[in-house]
Design a protein. Structure first.
Length: 692
């Protein structure tokens, strides 16, 4: 076992926490699982030669490589393939490692992995080490550590037989290299071989790291930069820090590298803060696979400040007037060096939101005047620190004396339905200190009003229920506004509302009727109740079995006649009439009257009925053709919209036309004409509809 490895036990302990990821083949994704043997290669062309590094993908291939070594062959387009390794490349003898490991940590790790009897460190760290060692076999650990060491140090790769520098090159020449395991043909193991092309005139400079930023965060300096994009060039980084922006020193003891493959392409490093309130400069440099240090990144500067640890304390509040207050506060002297300024914040309630009403009061200021007080004010003093942070004082309440009541409520409106449900609404007051409203009701206008709500309401609507069986026909409401100091406004204008009447109106009564051929004329006495809004006539026949049909409706409460023109001869009809008041309550039906329609004694004496609209003269001309011998009179009927026909005019039997000028624009009119003869017979009913 190598005795010199003991001195590097702390370095080995650091490596035990690393997730190893030796150089990978670029044609394999991280999701692929490949149990076959593979040889992965990186190379770099420099002015003095072609530098080559390779690795294997599993422990069996690694053991075979240590045993048999590798052969490197080279050829050009015009030359045959020749071996540039006189004998297979295998790890150098232990004697050649002795001098190197004294000054090279990575060489010591690789030597212990390859030659050591037991891959372990001294017993001082036995507990920690064994927790990791027991997770995998000793052989797997040797394989992982050796690849990690070769990845971090090219000289270690050369000593281990996993690297080569070809100095015998011609500038401008293109070479084809082939690297393969030098195992005897008689041995039955997988082939391990890989080739690549190197152009000696394509000497590429190492790139400058980018996306490097530095933050002051959580009482430390946080450094972040792009990592995955430069994996083909760099496997680790050094961090350098400067106190003046020009003289930099490396601050990391071991190279900074990713410990695992992650979905984030960047890498971060946290540096403790040497001195607060002092500017520092940082930059990074990448380590290539061939012991090269790349160019430095852009330099980033950052300064750390101690955050405020205490908040201001409001010590006095003096109300100068109803609009103005003087506030005084204190702040700890030992924290004052961190201050940059004070702000005054205000809110309408303790939990906010708080708005800045005075800013940049000055770091030496300890009092201020505020002259825009409202009825209720909550204040905080905000101390702002040099670290960009702040501390707020506890809130304090300021309430100036207020004896001014809110304005008189306006816009009071309401509705009441037949069940006595009253819905009130009004316009909202605009006072900032408004607390709510009280609603009052009275059954008489001059009686004292009763307050309906125990607590003030913030809404501008209210629902009440009244007794609809009261003898008072009206009910009265008013509203008062209340502020936060319980100052009451003047009451609103009184709202008068009619109380709904649930008593049915008196029934109308039929007084007479006439039956003339195909027409029944009904006469009735309207209801004697007030507030009648509608009158309805219903009709029934024996065949309908008490299925009453509404045949007439009028909004005229004094209407008392109706012509039923839609009857059939020798059919018995029963009629009843109903009144409806303004609350939609119907009267009881009137006592019915039964009528038998006369036999049809009609003559085809009128042929054709026509209506012509003249909108310039605002008339409708009605005309017809007739043969009216022995006719007693000629009757013209009219209806509007969907209403029934009513007798409109009685005309001489010699008339052939009639002009109607009692019209309303947009209405639909129906006209009908019928002749009445001396023997009681009638002409066939003729009708026409027209849109005016």
């Amino acid at each position: 076992m190598f005795k010199w490895l003991i001195k590097y036990k702390l370095f080995i302990y650091f490596l035990l926490g690393v997730t190893f990821s030796p150089i990978r083949s670029q044609d394999k994704t991280t999701d692929e699982v490949d149990t076959s043997w593979q040889l992965v290669i990186k190379h770099r062309v420099k002015e003095d030669g072609v530098y080559i590094r390779w690795a294997v993908n599993n422990v069996d291939a690694w053991q075979a490589a240590l045993k048999y070594g590798f052969v490197v062959e080279r050829s050009t387009i015009s030359s045959e393939k020749v071996s540039i390794t006189p004998f297979p490349l295998r790890p150098k003898p232990e004697s050649e490692w002795q001098a190197v490991v004294e000054s090279n940590d990575m060489a010591a790790v690789a030597a212990q992995a390859i030659f050591g009897e037991n891959f372990s460190v001294n017993k001082e760290e036995e507990g920690k080490v064994m927790q990791v060692i027991n997770m995998a076999s000793e052989l797997e650990q040797r394989f992982a550590f050796s690849l990690y060491a070769m990845d971090r140090d090219f000289n270690t790769a050369l000593l281990s037989g996993f690297g080569l520098v070809d100095h015998d090159i011609v500038p401008g020449e293109t070479y084809l290299y082939n690297i393969k395991l030098a195992s005897p043909a008689s041995i039955d193991i997988p082939e391990l071989e890989y080739g690549f092309v190197a152009h000696t005139d394509e000497i590429e400079d190492l790139p400058k790291p980018h996306d490097f930023v530095v933050y002051y965060y959580n009482d430390a300096f946080l450094l972040i930069w792009e990592y995955d994009s430069y994996l083909s060039y760099y496997n680790s980084y050094d961090i350098e820090r400067s106190e003046n922006g020009s003289d930099f020193i490396k601050i990391n003891k071991v190279p900074i590298t990713k410990l695992a493959n992650t979905s984030v392409s960047g890498i971060s490093y946290t540096d403790s803060i040497p001195v607060y309130s002092k500017k520092f400069w940082y930059r990074i440099k990448g380590h290539s696979y061939f012991d090269e240090i790349g160019p430095a990144s852009d330099t980033m500067s950052v300064t750390a400040y101690k955050e405020l640890l205490v908040a201001p304390d409001i010590t006095n509040k003096e109300i100068v007037s109803i609009n103005e207050v003087k506030l005084k506060w204190s702040f700890a002297n030992d924290e004052a060096w961190k201050l940059t300024d004070f702000d005054l914040l205000r809110a309408d309630n303790a939990i906010g939101p708080y708005l800045t009403v005075q800013s940049n009061l000055g770091l030496d200021t300890r009092e201020t005047l505020y002259n825009k007080l409202t009825e209720s004010n909550y204040f905080k003093i905000r101390a702002k620190g040099i670290a960009g942070d702040f501390q707020d004082s506890s809130p304090t309440l300021i309430q100036p004396i207020d004896s001014v009541p809110p304005g008189k409520p306006v816009g009071l409106l309401g509705t009441v339905d037949t069940l006595g449900i009253v819905n009130l609404k009004w316009s909202a007051n605009q006072e900032i200190d408004l607390n709510g409203y009280f609603v009052y009701r009275s059954d008489t206008k001059n009686q004292e009003f009763t307050r309906l709500n125990k607590h003030q309401i913030s809404e501008t609507s209210y629902t009440d229920t009244i007794n609809i069986k009261s003898f008072n026909k009206e009910v009265f409401y008013k509203i008062e506004a209340i502020d936060n100091r319980y100052n009451s406004s003047q009451p609103s204008q009184i709202l008068t509302m009619s109380r709904p009447n649930r008593i049915p109106p008196l029934s109308p009564l039929f007084t007479d009727y006439e039956v003339k051929m195909d027409t029944v004329k009904l006469f009735w006495l309207p209801s004697g109740s007030d507030n009648i809004k509608k009158q309805l006539i219903y009709r029934n026949t024996i065949n309908q079995r008490n299925q009453w049909k509404k045949i007439f409706e009028t909004d005229n409460p004094s209407e008392h006649t109706f012509y039923d023109l839609e009857i059939e001869e020798n059919v018995k009809y029963t009629y009843t009439v109903v009144s409806v008041n303004e609350y939609g309550i119907e009267s009881n039906p009137s006592p019915p009257v039964s009528i038998v329609a006369a036999k049809n004694l009609t003559k085809n004496a009128i042929k054709g009925l026509y209506a012509k609209v003249d909108r310039q003269l605002h008339i409708i001309d009605i005309s017809w053709r007739s043969n009216l011998d022995n006719a007693a009179e000629l009757r013209l009927y009219r209806k509007t919209g969907k209403a029934g026909f009513k007798l409109y005019k009685t005309l001489p039997v010699t008339s052939k036309k009639f002009t109607d000028d009692h019209l309303k624009v947009g209405s639909t009119y129906g006209y009908a004409i019928q002749a009445i003869f001396d023997d009681g017979s009638t002409s066939i009913w003729q009708e026409v509809n027209v849109k005016y």
